[in-house]
Design a protein around this ligand. Structure first.
Ligand code: GDP
Ligand code: ZN
Length: 459
């Protein structure tokens, strides 16, 4: 079966992937406590092995030496857990950015990405829940999933599967030829040409590398990109938002500081759905009410996958502009130098020193919108993306593609170092098996799998 990996310890974000509240990274499997212990340090120096099931520790999650967040680690010992395995749940502060970092650290500590519904599937296999119960959970989740599925890629559903089959086909041919030649030396099977073997393996590796490198870009197109329009009052944020939305949505006024609250809107820029929000400034003030807005704006900027940092080119830079520059320094930000229709006064050198990408625009006239589109596509690496060539959709698929790529690389090394063709065959077979897992075709428990296949990751 495709998800029958219960010797492995799996992990996923198991709360809805939206900002706010508490977020949970769930780890399940024989090494759950050991893995959690590598990323979590309790403030009292206890370890998860020191405490009983259903009890918790307070402390910090970290990636190596780097602190990520404060967290609560909740310990469940097998079989008294949702999955029936050892489980640790790390409850963090919930921002998507934080949760993804925690998950990354957990993977680095030895967990593998959970497949869709894999927690529930393990619960089922361990007799914790029945199949129909699982199905009803699935229907609940599926209802939400469908909305999310109306993505820009809807028309290209079968592209990945087609691409993977095609890659697998060339591997199968190689493996077939190799074993026929090895098993029936007395027959008239043409000798394996190592040059063409090497070439085919390299081209397969190239295809897998392309798929892997486009994973994040594919996700951007599919799920949309959390985007914040930031800038001090009156630089033209609302006007830009309206330009991108194609209609008047936020309130635009001549007076500084009008946009009090956060306005949200999803717009499609090129191929990419941007989940836009226009924020109040990030400048800390004494006013407690404004402070809340400012904290929220800062939080949004930290969590954003794309920041459009807007500046007014007709004004000199002030402290608030510079505060924004330093605040977004290490973030995926584009400098949007607005009001390009007016005489320029801004210190553009300072902007150039601090942003990799700068776009001159007049949000009022729309001049420069095309350049903004290109800059966004470049930043998110979606420029070279062709959905018809296939895109990896899930972390599980990516994980399988990675394993296939590893095996192909092994095969290449084996050919290059003149190892026996047997060794090459073993590696090629490893790659084929990973690709079969990727498409789900190696499902022996077909019915069970078809149920769990439709779950979301983290459930
Ligand atoms: P916000 O406070 O950053 O949201 O700024 P607004 O979008 O409310 O714009 C502030 C003022 O600048 C308004 O009077 C806009 O009409 C004006 N404005 C915005 N973009 C441009 C532009 O590209 N050119 C010119 N000349 N004026 C602009
Ligand atoms: Zn505004």
């Amino acid at each position: 079966s495709i998800y029958n990996t219960s010797s492995k310890t799996i992990a996923a974000i198991s709360t809805p992937q939206a900002p706010g509240g508490i977020g949970i990274v769930r780890i399940s499997g024989p090494d759950a406590r050991k893995i959690a212990g590598k990323v979590f340090t309790s403030s009292r120096g206890k370890t998860l092995d020191d405490i009983k099931g259903y009890t918790a520790l307070y402390g910090r999650v970290h990636d190596g030496d780097e602190d990520i967040d404060e967290a609560i680690a909740l310990n469940f010992t097998a079989p008294a857990s949702f999955t029936g395995e050892d489980v640790v749940e790390l409850s963090c502060h919930g921002g998507l950015y934080i949760l993804r970092r925690v998950l990354k650290a957990v993977f680095a500590a030895g967990a593998v990405p959970a497949g869709p519904g894999e927690f529930t599937r393990r619960a089922f296999l361990n007799g914790k829940i029945g199949l129909t119960e699982a199905e009803s959970v699935m229907q609940l989740i599926g209802a939400q999933g469908e909305q999310a599925a109306k993505a820009a890629l809807a028309g290209h559903d079968g592209a990945l599967e087609k691409k993977i089959r095609q890659i697998r086909e060339s591997l199968l041919q190689m493996a077939g030829h190799l074993s026929a030649w090895a098993d029936y030396p007395e027959e008239d099977i043409p000798e394996v040409n190592e040059g063409s073997l090497h070439a085919t393996l390299c081209s397969v590796k190239g295809e897998l590398e392309r798929l892997l490198s486009q994973f994040e870009a594919g996700r951007a197109i599919r799920e949309g990109v959390v985007t914040v329009i930031a800038g001090r009052p009156n630089v033209g944020k609302s006007t830009l938002m309206n330009l991108l939305s194609g209609c008047e949505r936020s309130i635009v006024t001549e007076y500084a500081g009008t946009t009090r609250d956060i306005v949200e809107d999803t717009v499609i820029l090129g191929d990419i759905p941007l989940r836009l929000s226009d924020t109040a400034g990030i400048h800390l003030t004494e006013d407690p009410v404004e402070r809340i807005g400012v904290e929220r704006a800062r939080e949004r900027i930290r969590e954003a996958q794309l920041i459009l940092a807007v500046f007014d080119s007709s004004q000199e830079l002030n402290d608030e502009d510079r505060e924004l520059v330093s605040f977004v320094l290490r973030s995926p930000a584009i400098a949007v130098v607005n009001k390009s229709d007016l005489p320029i006064k801004i210190d553009i050198k300072y902007i150039k020193e601090n942003f990799k990408q700068i776009v001159y625009i007049s949000a009022l006239s729309g001049e420069g919108l095309e350049q903004l589109k290109n800059a966004v596509a470049e930043l998110l690496h979606t420029a070279g993306l062709n959905p018809a060539d296939g895109i990896l959709f899930t972390e599980r698929q990516r994980d399988a593609a990675r394993r296939a790529e590893d095996s192909v690389s092994e095969a290449i090394v084996a050919v290059e170092s003149g190892m026996t063709l047997d060794a090459v065959t073993v590696s090629i077979e490893g790659a084929i098996s990973a690709l079969l897992e990727l498409t789900g075709e190696r499902a022996t428990e077909a019915v069970v799998d078809s149920v769990f296949h439709n779950f979301c990751v983290g459930k």
